[in-house]
Each structure stands twice: as structure tokens, then as C-alpha cells.
Design a protein around this ligand. Structure first.
Ligand code: COA
Length: 347
């Protein structure tokens, strides 16, 4: 049994982060375990050479600077299609029917509709009538969703919870902007969680900074606004995000290890958000751990925001790479700026 963090809600000042970081760590009386996972990936694979066909870029630049070789992009699929595929796989693996689900949490930057929520859109296709809602914690969505799910389970308010992470990044970015559009892809991943003891530690944070990574909304055709904002795309100051990512993930690993009393050697896998292979490598080098403990899927899928981590976990399970008692450190970061990490001892 691992030592767990004490209940704590604290504000921490940091030199690198100009605003307060609100961290929440929890000691779980009833925790959760993942009992089934699934994925939904669009058919169309887009290579770096495909991008070089209409952008001033090339395969060598993209691979060297990011580690990305391909990404998958929706052409005829809706985000609901991908999500339902992922959810059905997760339910099958959990040996459950949709009617066994008592709550659906969907992490997304936005589904096929602004309203209803993506969770409700998927629920309609699954035929469920349980509560369903979306959360937006950007790329950190999966860790936030796990934390919310564990609170529902601990309160006895749900039995089996379906978490879906789903992103159609291709509709959110400017395909003329080589600084951003080369980085992202589309997809969905899902998991079913129930009461268990796998989740040992969670730490979430949010720094109020909307400047270095954001996606503005347009003003529509409101006649009372003089300066209308038309369709806007994802905006990013790449190097600032890079620095934030390396800093926050480094701090989150350190804090998780100190709090749980684990050493890096006792972690079997560091499953980190797949934003840039260089970010992952920099954390690995700092921790002096072997490459095989840092699985990647960014080469194949690019960055799929909240989907990257659960997709990686799902594929590792399918490949038989995760065994009972394996200790996993999971960490993600994204717009907000949000960050979150957790430790799972696989059941
Ligand atoms: N192909 C070719 N050249 C490109 C390019 C592309 N796709 N994108 C940018 N460049 C050029 C730039 O214009 C710049 O040219 P210049 O020196 O003539 O001005 C040069 O490459 C270097 O650009 P820079 O932005 O300094 O590159 P970088 O090494 O910082 O890499 C990112 C850019 C975006 C890959 C990197 O900053 C990054 O990954 N940041 C984190 C992003 C992230 O994690 N986002 C998601 C958060 S959830």
C-alpha cells in the first residue's frame, strides 16, 4: 500500500508561474480502477509530406522538432462517431452494457454541438439516460475526469462511470499556420471506471493565463457589436508553452514522488501528455530513467489534446504492456493553463 497525500487545498507561489497555482490533492477512502478502455480514430492518416504539399514545412523539421510523423484527421467521421466507437469498446472490455453506466463524463474542447454537450450526444447514441456532462480542462481533461469520477465513487453517487475524451483538433486550427497545424490530430478514447484501489494520488492545478495558448470564440452576427470577431483558430506561443510544460511536469513528478514516497525507479511507466517528444525526453533525462519507461504515441497520432494519454494507456493495455501491480505515473498539461498528475497502481 502506498502512502497517500494528506487532504490539502493550498495556494503555491512560483517564480516561473506569474499567478497562483491552486493545487488539490486527495486522500481517497474509496478510489477507482479502470475496467475497460477503447479508442476511436479517423480513417485518414495525414503524413508530414502531405502537409508539405500545401505548407512551407518538411518532414525533417517536424520530426526533429516534435517527434510527429503522422496524425489522423476526420474527413467523413463526426466526433460522436469516434466517441461511440471508443465507448462501445470500453464497455465490451468491461463486460458491461450501456445501461450499467450511472454517469458519463466527457473531456473535450468541444463536441459536434456547442449544446447539447458532447456527453449527451454520445449518450443518445448509446441509449443511456444517466447524467452526462462535459468538462473542459484542455489537454489535462483525462486527469481531471479521473479525479471527478473518484469523487462520485467515493460519495457513493455512481457505480460505473464512463469517461470519454474526444477532440476534433482539425476544426480548431488554422491549416495555413505551420506553427500550430502540424502538431495536432483527431480522435477519441474512453474508459469505464468503478470503485477500486488503483488511484493512489492526484494533483490538479490551474494557472490563470489565457495568453500563451487559447482558442477564441467568434461574436456571431450580433448587430450591437461594432468590432465583430470572425472565426478564430487555436493560437499558441510555442516556446512559452514548451517552457511551461517542462517546468510544470517536472514539478508535478517531484511532488508526486515526494508525497507518495516513491522513487523514479519504482514507477513502471511515465505516461506523459504527448505534445512534443522533446518535452517527454527532457523529463526522462532529468529523472535518469530508461526510454522504455516513457511510452509514446505522438509519432503516430500527433497531439490529440485530452485524448493523448488515455489513447496511449488503451493501446498499452491492448499490447499487454501493463500488468497488475504496475505503478503508472500519469501527467498532462494544457490551455488554462491546467496541469494534472496521478499515480495508478494497476488492478
Ligand atoms: N516547418 C518549418 N519551419 C517552421 C515550422 C514548420 N512547421 N514552424 C515554425 N517554423 C520555423 C519558425 O518560423 C522559425 O523560423 P525563423 O527562425 O526563421 O523565425 C523556426 O522554425 C523556429 O521556430 P520556433 O518556434 O523557435 O521552433 P521551436 O523549436 O520552438 O518549435 C514548436 C516549435 C511549436 C514545435 C515547439 O515550440 C513546441 O512544441 N512547443 C510546445 C507546444 C505544445 O506543447 N502545444 C500544446 C500544448 S497542450
Amino acid at each position: 500500500m502506498l502512502p497517500t497525500a494528506g487532504n490539502e487545498l493550498s495556494s503555491v507561489n512560483s517564480k516561473e508561474c506569474k499567478e497562483n497555482i491552486i493545487k488539490f490533492e486527495m486522500e481517497y477512502n474509496v478510489s477507482l480502477k479502470i475496467i475497460g478502455m477503447g479508442k476511436g480514430i479517423p480513417e485518414r492518416c495525414v503524413t508530414n509530406d502531405d502537409l508539405a504539399g500545401f505548407l512551407d514545412t518538411d518532414d525533417e523539421w517536424i520530426v526533429t522538432r516534435t517527434g510527429i510523423k503522422t496524425r489522423y484527421v476526420c474527413t467523413y467521421e463526426t466526433l460522436t462517431d469516434l466517441s461511440v466507437t471508443a465507448a462501445k469498446q470500453a464497455l465490451d472490455k468491461a463486460n458491461l452494457a450501456a445501461s450499467d453506466i450511472s454517469l458519463i463524463i466527457c473531456a473535450t474542447l468541444g463536441g459536434d454541438y456547442r449544446t447539447p454537450s458532447h456527453a449527451c450526444t454520445v449518450a443518445e447514441q448509446l441509449g443511456t439516460t444517466c447524467p452526462a456532462f462535459d468538462i473542459n480542462a484542455a489537454c489535462t481533461g483525462f486527469v481531471y475526469a479521473l479525479d471527478i469520477a473518484s469523487a462520485y465513487l467515493e460519495a457513493g453517487k455512481a457505480k460505473n462511470i464512463l469517461i470519454i475524451c474526444a477532440e476534433m483538433m482539425s476544426s480548431q486550427m488554422d491549416w495555413n499556420d505551420r506553427n500550430t497545424c502540424i502538431l495536432f490530430g483527431d480522435g477519441a478514447a474512453a474508459c469505464v471506471v468503478t470503485a477500486g484501489n488503483a488511484l493512489k494520488y492526484t494533483s490538479l492545478s490551474a494557472i490563470a493565463d489565457t495568453t500563451i495558448l487559447n482558442l477564441p470564440v467568434d461574436t456571431g452576427n450580433n448587430p450591437f457589436i461594432a468590432e465583430k470577431r470572425g472565426k478564430a483558430y487555436l493560437q499558441m506561443q510555442g516556446q512559452e508553452v514548451f517552457k511551461f510544460a517542462v517546468g510544470i511536469v517536472g514539478k508535478d513528478v517531484k511532488h508526486a514522488l515526494e508525497t507518495t514516497g516513491l522513487s523514479p525507479e519504482q514507477i513502471d511507466y511515465f505516461i506523459l501528455h504527448q505534445a512534443n517528444k522533446r518535452i517527454i525526453d527532457s523529463i526522462r533525462v532529468k529523472l535518469k530513467q530508461p526510454e522504455e519507461k516513457f511510452p509514446v504515441n505522438i509519432d503516430k497520432y500527433g497531439n490529440i489534446s485530452s485524448v493523448s494519454v488515455p489513447l496511449l494507456l488503451s493501446e498499452m493495455l491492448d499490447e499487454g504492456k501493463i500488468n497488475p501491480s504496475d505503478t503508472l505515473f500519469i501527467s498532462a498539461f494544457g490551455a488554462g493553463l491546467t496541469a494534472g498528475s496521478c499515480i495508478l497502481v494497476w488492478e
